[in-house]
Design a protein around this ligand. Structure first.
Ligand SMILES: [Cu+2]
Length: 691
């Protein structure tokens, strides 16, 4: 597999032409060359047969290779695992009568943080890999201090985190990114290989050392920003509590009611929810970054909440046997105290799909913040709805869950099929029917219900669990969903939004399958597909911009600290959840072209009919402050932020496979001059990165 990838890499590197429009001509030349090689004997006699063959053969080969590769590429691995992995059952068997992983990994203790002053927390982490069964299916995953997900971090605003990360993997480099934290004055700690640091090599350690801003609090997470390790479990939760009012100066105090009083909740939990693949992420990425995938995203097999799930072993695809144990009706439960209101902090830790979260009808949900603690206006929405969505990869939502009536209930996680369905012809309604040539995944149950057990738990028998295929037990009604993507920020937050920005930058993004890149899907910003800076092999932060290689596309905001509009035109047939490091941005405009209109939906403020030099056409009362935004297919978003955080910040799609295909660019803030690096010491001789 690796050999195949590296060969591809060589081919790509050998490609010189940066001209994206050259495709048709090249394709034609290639086909002609192939024709000559393949058909020199027959050409003279039967040109029509030859033409027919040339037309049909590649198509047939594609179909055969495609199906074979997708369903069989991992047979050997799986069989090996089957034969020698009966040693590891500890992650799901326990002396308890139920699986308590969701509970243990989601517990929060705000009381330990909101009443104290800022401190320095020093943590010592060892990253390893091991076989575990998050959903009953054995898989090699990443562990931090032997845990999956990694240790939860709880802090308060103003805390300093000093985290010593040892890479105890055999042959992979790693890095960790603190998703959503502004990292003000700490760009070198942002954890992006090739942008802010070199990878931490096997056997080496790295100190992450940064102070959380006094003004930041909310739900965050940390995850690997190296290769595709995030998708194999190298992540954990990071919750920053807002300190209570007794700790701030008296004149600020009146505005600072603690969140629990303001929103009326008693307890807090965090839920890391995401799709899950049974193959390793390297295998999944290799499949997607192959011409035969034709750009169809690999469909996940399962889903996890706080590292726990339950796969129905009987759904395993025959050609891809799994080492799977456990019963489908043992879904891991949430444990709630029946009398308390909870602040539920949800993170989409997945690689591809958006999620909708639903509770039993009659449950009341109040959405309070989006992404890193940005409060939203809920007045616009009727109360009494019991579902929230869609939360896309990298995004977070906090809501208050009022006490549930009755003794037992369920939480349902539904994967958004809009990403997967139209492009893979995947039919959620006909799960067992997959006889046609599509790359749907019959193993996946896209809607799963997890039981909620209420304390005190009965000592003799536990409430019964819904089965893994409990599609009907707790359906999510479309009109019962709070659409978190239309909630505006609170008026207080919007009051700091200027009516007009000082700079406007326009970029275009798309996944392209170009012949000059062997028809392997690549994510582009304008004409650049991102790769880790390799020539010279130093992090971008250490190099002046005039030494960045051809895989870096940068928007420079100069050194004026002014407000910037970034117009992101998504020319793709699919939507993408874009995440910006180092900043929160206001989404001041967002648009999707009507289905079937044939339009690209791109936007250029200067050529727009509503262009006015003095007034922007945006309705700022609808804006929302966040750090990860789903930009619709054939549409755009206008992101406004104050470029006052010097550094080089990655802006990228949070779909793991698209990022692996290069869907990223950087925002360069606070350096006016092309010939001056932000942190020249990072590019000293002898400190080259391994790329
Ligand atoms: Cu994407």
């Amino acid at each position: 597999m690796q050999r195949r990838l590296s060969k591809r890499q060589q081919q790509q590197d050998a490609t010189k032409s940066p001209d994206a429009t050259a495709q048709p001509v090249e394709q034609q030349q290639k086909t002609e060359a192939n024709d000559k090689r393949r058909g020199s004997k027959t050409t003279l006699h039967t040109p029509s047969i030859l033409i027919a063959l040339v037309c049909i053969l590649p198509f047939l080969a594609t179909v055969v290779l495609f199906v074979r590769y997708y369903y069989e590429s991992n047979n050997d691995d799986s069989i090996n695992r089957l034969s020698n992995s009966l040693h590891d059952h500890e992650s799901i068997s326990s002396t308890l009568k139920y699986d308590n992983r969701i509970h243990e990994n989601g517990r929060l203790r705000p009381e330990d943080h909101i009443h104290r002053g800022a401190i320095t927390q020093t943590l010592n982490w060892s990253v390893t890999a091991g076989q575990r069964r998050p959903d009953g299916v054995d898989k090699r995953i990443y562990l931090i201090n032997d845990m999956f997900p990694g240790p939860s971090i709880e802090a308060r605003s103003g805390d300093t985190l000093q985290i010593l990360v040892h890479n105890n993997l055999e042959d992979e480099q790693i890095s960790l990114h603190w998703h959503g934290l502004n990292m003000r004055g700490a760009n070198t700690m942002d954890g992006v290989i090739g942008v802010t640091q070199c990878g931490i090599q096997p056997g080496q350690s790295f100190w992450y050392n940064f102070t959380i801003s006094e003004t930041q609090s909310g739900t965050f997470w940390y995850h690997a920003h190296s290769a595709v390790q995030r998708a194999d479990g190298l992540y954990g939760s990071l919750v920053v509590h807002r300190p209570d009012s007794t700790l701030v100066s008296p004149n600020e105090r009146s505005e600072m009611v603690s969140d629990s009083v303001k929103y009326g909740y008693d307890k807090e939990i965090v839920l890391m929810i995401g799709d899950w693949y049974h193959r390793t992420a390297t295998d999944v990425a290799s499949w997607y970054l192959w011409w035969g995938s034709m750009g169809y995203e690999p469909v996940p097999d399962s889903l996890l909440v706080n590292g726990a799930g339950r796969f129905n072993c009987s759904r395993a695809v025959r050609a891809r046997p799994l080492d799977c144990i456990g019963s489908a009706d043992e879904m891991p439960p949430l444990i709630l105290d029946g009398n308390s209101s909870y602040r539920v902090r949800v993170v989409n830790t997945g690689s591809l799909t958006g999620i909708i979260l639903g509770f039993a009808p009659g449950t009341s949900i109040q959405v309070i913040t989006i992404d890193g603690g940005n409060p939203v206006e809920m007045e616009a929405v009727d109360g009494g709805r019991s579902s929230v969505g869609i939360l896309f990869p990298g995004q977070r939502v906090d809501f208050v869950l009022r006490p549930l009536k009755g003794q037992t209930s369920w939480m349902t996680v539904k994967m958004d099929d809009s990403y997967v369905s139209p492009y893979t012809l995947y039919k959620t309604a006909e799960l067992s029917v997959s006889s046609d040539f599509t790359i749907g995944n019959p193993a996946l149950v896209p809607q799963q219900s997890f039981p909620i057990f209420q304390t005190p738990l009965p000592s003799d028998s536990l409430p019964s669990s819904p089965t893994a295929q409990s599609n009907n037990t707790n359906d999510i009604e479309e009109d019962d969903i709070i659409n978190i993507n239309t909630l505006p920020s609170t008026r207080t937050l919007l009051s700091s939004l200027p009516p007009k920005s000082e700079q406007t930058h326009i970029v275009y993004t798309k996944v392209e399958k170009l012949s000059r890149l062997d028809n392997i899907p690549h994510g582009f910003f304008n004409r650049t597909t991102w790769k880790i800076q390799s020539d010279p092999p130093y992090p971008l932060l250490g190099l002046p911009r005039n030494q960045w290689d051809k895989h870096q596309f940068a928007v420079s905001t100069g050194n004026k600290n002014g407000w910037v509009d970034l117009v992101v035109n998504n020319l793709d047939e699919g939507a993408h959840p874009f995440h910006l490091h180092g900043y929160n941005f206001y989404v001041v405009d967002i648009y999707e072209s009507p289905e079937g209109s044939g339009r690209w939906g791109s936007y250029n403020p200067w050529t727009s009919p509503s262009f006015n030099e003095n007034i922007d056409p945006y309705d700022l009362t609808k804006a929302v402050l966040r750090d990860t935004v789903q930009i619709p297919r054939r549409g755009y978003a206008v992101l406004r932020f104050k470029a006052d955080n010097p550094g080089v910040w990655l802006f990228h799609c949070h779909v793991m496979w698209h990022l692996a295909g290069g869907m990223a660019m950087v925002i360069d803030s606070g350096s006016g001059d092309d010939s001056v690096a932000h942190e020249p010491w990072l590019a000293e001789e002898g400190m080259e990165c391994r790329v």
